[in-house]
Design a protein around this ligand. Structure first.
Ligand code: ATP
Ligand code: ATP
Ligand code: CA
Length: 222
């Protein structure tokens, strides 16, 4: 699928994480600059990006000459070498790159990246572990987004207990302090649910609330 809104991205570090980001962005039709210090990696990814450059991203001059300051979204996907990841992130922010996303290897690394101005820090093994645990603990939860430590949005399949009842009848705000943001039935996604809308078993509900309230809602088989 080609993307109609073509954007310019750069990926620094072509390991498993950076490599898959690079390939996917390219497949989505975006312009991708791929950088790695290993020539072998550069060769491997050349077919899956717009420009592949062999460079050490901790060298400020080299990074400047790569033309990276024309990119508004850069991912630093260097894991094992924490020092290189931190230096690269610093240089990119110094160059005035608007969005710098970085991969953290551990909690300490994550803290430092946050402090020096990374716009988003991801910790794939850790984040994926949390996601998988949620999927394991509930067969009905399809997906979730953490809004903060306390609040989340979850997507779950409506149980038989909700079947045939309207949102007004269910009054989930009063019973659980949660809000139904949207639901999906055979007609498609409804993103402005009305009080009289009736829910059917198996429909996808998008619900927002405190994690404790969401857990109670789900545990009580709603
Ligand atoms: P994975 O995503 O596979 O788990 P990782 O997080 O373990 O990778 P590394 O394998 O250490 O990270 O690094 C990813 C890539 O980043 C490697 O291909 C490596 O050559 C590249 N890299 C490391 N340091 C630099 C640097 N200073 N400049 C450019 N590329 C670098
Ligand atoms: P991460 O999720 O941090 O990337 P990893 O995928 O690199 O980890 P390892 O660190 O090699 O995986 O292993 C994960 C854990 O599994 C370690 O704590 C290790 O002690 C344990 N482990 C490895 N082999 C065995 C085994 N045969 N039996 C039980 N535990 C094992
Ligand atoms: Ca790794």
């Amino acid at each position: 699928m080609k993307n109609s809104k073509k954007k310019q991205f750069a990926v620094i570090g072509l390991g498993r994480f950076g490599g898959s980001i690079c390939k996917e962005l390219h497949a989505l039709g975006h312009e991708v600059l791929a950088i790695d210090k290993e020539e072998e990696k550069v060769q491997e990814f050349a077919p899956y990006c717009t420009h592949a450059v062999q460079a050490d991203s901790t060298d400020e001059g080299v990074l400047r000459n790569s033309g990276i300051n024309n990119f508004d979204h850069v991912v630093v996907a260097i894991g094992d070498n924490i020092q290189a990841s931190i230096l690269t992130t610093l240089v990119l922010k110094d160059l005035g790159i608007e969005k710098v996303w970085a991969k953290a290897q551990n909690a300490y690394h994550q803290k430092v990246l946050d402090k020096i101005g990374a716009d988003l820090v991801v910790h794939p093994e850790f984040d994926m572990g949390i996601r998988i645990a949620h999927n394991m603990s509930s067969e009905r939860i399809v997906d979730f987004i953490d809004l903060s430590d306390e609040y989340s949005i979850i997507e779950l399949l409506a149980s038989d207990k909700l079947h045939g009842k309207s949102l007004a009848e269910l009054d989930l705000r009063a019973a659980y302090s949660i809000t139904v943001l949207a639901y999906r039935n055979e007609k498609g996604m409804n993103i402005s649910p009305a009080p009289e809308d009736k829910i059917k078993e198996g429909e996808l509900l998008v619900v927002m609330g405190h994690k404790k309230d969401l857990a109670r809602f789900e545990e009580e088989g709603m």
